[in-house]
Write a protein that binds this ligand. Structure first.
Ligand code: NAX
Length: 327
């Protein structure tokens, strides 16, 4: 029998953590034949709540769950970890400037990056969910110089899934018919959900919908969906975010199907004019546990402007954390 895979989840007592942990324990992250050991990281004040969640995990009697350990020290939480889901982050409070937000998150993602560098397993894969996700991933990565840069990713799969759902509704087809939808740039309101190369049942989506719908309806609906969920639910998206995190890691480990791609924020290699090293969302394929940015796509003028706008925001965030000495 296989040794359990160590999965560290930060922010384990939060709302995404609550939805995520049970799906990991049930085998949906890595597969029905892979035992997992959970390592939960929380701040000291939330350790008791995490213990409550661990009790419920125990009560699930999950056949694949080999145990749950709780930590308030990143060094211990990332010891020997194979998969790290960095969910806990500092939310923006009222009146907080972007610089303050980035600085507060630097205080979280710097020590976590260092701990991953010091103690994680050689095959470590990191997904950052906590916002601002792309730049938090950049901070963590810059403090883990011994870990290959492509192991640090940030989540735009929720945006990707939201785009699929909107398109399926508009076109009256199941999501399984849709291929080659892409999220570009930052996981923020500037993100660019693109259908330029997208297909449904082998036909072009760009030809089937009009540009006005794309610009005035589809793009803002996807980009502002998080705010719409808060408005309706009184709380930010949690189960859908957890579901997307499961999808991101599952695809990373098991690969993308032939003839399709997914979206993930990964280290840029300079493709499509995105500055090298920036963690930006691209259309990506995954094979043998490695992402590849889809190459050779023609980018029309509309897409170019949207991609540039979002990438510029990432450059500004990077410059800010650089000035703050966080990277
Ligand atoms: P919650 O506030 O419910 O939970 C966050 C948890 O993180 C809390 O339990 C807190 O104690 C913990 N935490 C804070 N600092 C920590 C640290 N240094 N180490 C370990 N744990 C720490 O937030 P939740 O709704 O679960 O959302 C978590 C993060 O996901 C937020 O930053 C949120 O903005 C982000 N999201 C990202 C999405 C994406 O698509 N990339 C979508 C959903 C979500 O908005």
């Amino acid at each position: 029998t296989q040794a359990p895979v160590n999965v560290t989840v930060t922010g384990a007592a939060g709302q995404i953590g609550y939805a995520l942990l049970f799906r990991i324990a049930s085998g949906q992250l890595l597969g029905q034949d892979v035992p997992v050991k959970l390592r939960l990281l929380e701040i000291p004040q939330a350790v008791k709540a995490a213990e409550g969640t661990a009790m419920e995990l125990e009560d699930g009697a999950f056949p694949l769950l080999a145990g749950t350990d709780i930590f308030d020290d990143p060094k211990q939480a990332f010891e020997g970890t194979n998969i790290a889901l960095l969910v806990g982050a500092r939310p923006r409070s009222k009146g907080m400037e972007r610089g303050d937000l980035l600085e507060a998150n630097g205080g979280i993602f710097k020590p976590q990056g260092e701990a991953i560098n010091a103690g994680a397993a050689d095959d470590i894969k990191v997904l950052v969910v906590g916002n601002p996700a792309n730049t938090n991933a950049l901070i963590a990565r810059s403090h883990a110089p011994d870990v290959p840069a492509d192991r640090f990713t940030a989540m735009t799969r929720l945006d990707h899934n939201r785009a699929l759902a909107q398109l399926a509704k508009k076109l009256g087809v199941p999501v399984t018919e849709l291929k080659k939808v892409a999220i570009w740039g930052n996981h923020s309101a500037t993100q660019y959900p693109s259908v330029q190369h997208a297909e449904f049942g082998g036909k072009s989506i760009a030809d089937a919908v009009d540009q006005a719908w794309l610009e005035n309806d589809f793009i803002p609906t996807v980009a502002k969906r998080g705010a719409a969920i808060i408005e309706a639910r009184g709380l930010s998206s949690a189960a859908s975010a957890a579901s997307a995190a499961i999808d991101h890691v599952h695809t990373w480990v098991n690969g993308t199907p032939a003839g399709d791609w997914t979206s993930a924020a990964v280290a840029s290699d300079g493709s499509y004019g995105v500055p090298e090293g920036l963690i930006s969302s691209f259309p990506v394929t995954a094979e043998n546990g490695q992402h590849k940015i889809v190459q050779g796509l023609e980018i029309d003028d509309f897409s170019r402007a949207r991609i540039d706008a979002s990438v510029n925001e990432l450059v500004e965030e990077r410059d800010t954390v650089q000035k703050l000495g966080l990277i």
